[in-house]
Design a protein around this ligand. Structure first.
Ligand SMILES: Cc1ncc(COP(=O)(O)O)c(C=O)c1O
Length: 395
């Protein structure tokens, strides 16, 4: 049996999204900037996709900019705010310690250019409060950027409250909503955001296409110079099929949101309950405010990479953390941020579900994971020392 439990890395495309895209590879292949009929047809569908995305987010079509994905949207949002800030002599930015690297690496680039960044601590449960943001805002703060939901441990942040603080203090607010869009209700007005990033492949759309929402009046600077596409803010011939696929997947996810959340969170809870009985394990992330599809555990005495490889042999495809940190032997910055020592952070397992996940698959994973954990522990000299009382247990 093959059980795909890595939907936070990427999702299977929905049939609706694939079918919506197909005509724009073959039949309607025009460049939206061309004046002839083929070009104009492509332009019409691109604008229809923009309108559909705007409707799903409670935004206006003019506030939707198509990008190559979540990373580009994050980069553009943060760099735009830094340019506006620098013009006013404001060079302080607030973020959290457990953002995605698309945000963290952009911020460290800005630190090298003289910006000061406050990294809010996320506590043991992995979350931040609006009060923390309020306390950190200074006269020279030009941007607050906090993710809507964490990609590793699934915590859902109080975005509307953080946004309300930023509005009141007149500070720009960006949220990386890449893990939340398609999985949680989204409305940019309710969330009080000025900018929001999303990525199609996280909600059964195509890879390589995303959106930066920028509230009317928010000044954007270009990452890519060239033609006048995307209202002059993102040069390059538009990915028409990608935009259409993104819009179709987002509409499908939005239309079925209530039903999907109910189904997926029930499977998530079954997994959490079943894995919690493994001795010396801990569920990471906010227990209540949590993405419907996220299960994230640390198992003491286990090395995450071995766990993943052995699980793969059983047909269970999972992750130890974000797609970007797996492959590196450094422990995840997210797990260090919630206070785990390196030894525990190394033994992590992220299982992420989607509406395509079945109960049978969850039951299969619940049989396989405890067996694999036990097998790896039995092979480990460190685990033996712990069992024999020569080394202390940490969880
Ligand atoms: C929270 C978060 N932000 C940004 C990204 C980057 O998105 P993309 O792969 O579309 O560049 C990801 C992808 O894993 C993510 O989880």
């Amino acid at each position: 049996m093959q059980v795909y439990l890595d939907n936070a890395s990427t999702t299977k495309m929905s049939k609706t999204a694939i079918d919506a895209m197909l005509p724009y590879f073959g039949e309607v292949y025009g460049n939206p900037s061309s004046l002839h009929s083929m070009g104009q047809r492509a332009k019409e569908v691109l604008e229809a996709a923009r309108e559909s995305v705007a409707r799903c987010l409670g935004a206006a079509p003019g506030e939707i900019y198509f990008t190559s994905g979540g990373s580009e949207a994050d980069n553009q949002a943060i760099l735009s705010a830094s340019v506006i800030g620098a013009r006013k002599g404001k060079k302080h930015i607030i973020t959290t310690a457990f953002e995605h690297h698309a945000v963290l690496h952009t911020l460290s680039k800005l630190e090298k250019q003289g910006f000061e960044v406050t990294y809010l601590s996320v506590g043991k449960e992995g979350n931040v409060t609006a009060e923390q943001v309020a306390e950190a805002i200074r006269e020279d703060t030009c941007l607050v950027t906090t993710m809507t939901a964490n990609n590793e441990i699934g915590s859902v942040l109080p975005i509307a409250e953080i946004g309300a603080v930023c509005r009141e203090r007149k500070v720009l607010f960006h949220t990386d909503a890449v893990q939340a869009v398609g999985h949680l209700p989204m409305n940019v007005a309710v969330m009080n955001v000025d900018m929001l990033s999303l990525s199609a492949h996280k909600f059964h759309g195509p890879k390589g296409v995303g959106v930066l929402y920028a509230k009317k009046g928010t000044l954007l600077t270009n990452l890519i110079e060239g033609g006048a596409q995307e209202k002059g803010k993102r040069a390059g011939t538009e990915n028409v099929a990608g935009a259409v696929g993104l819009a179709a997947a987002l509409k499908e996810a939005t239309d079925n949101l209530t039903e999907n959340v109910k189904k997926v969170s029930a499977l998530r809870d079954k997994l959490v309950k079943g894995l919690s009985v493994i001795p010396h394990s801990v569920l990471n992330g906010d227990k209540v405010n949590r993405l419907p599809g996220n299960v994230h555990f640390c198992f003491e005495g286990i090395e995450g990479e071995s766990l993943l490889l052995l699980l793969d042999e059983f047909g269970v495809e999972a992750s130890s953390g974000s797609a970007c940190t797996s492959g590196s032997l450094d422990p995840s910055h997210v797990l260090l941020a919630i206070g785990h020592p390196h030894e525990i952070a190394h033994g992590s397992l992220r299982l992420t579900l989607s509406e395509y996940t079945t109960e049978e698959e969850v039951d299969y994973a619940l049989k396989a994971i405890p067996q694999v954990v036990e097998r790896l522990r039995n092979m480990s000299p460190i685990w033996r020392d712990k069992v024999n009382g020569l080394k202390p247990f940490l969880i």
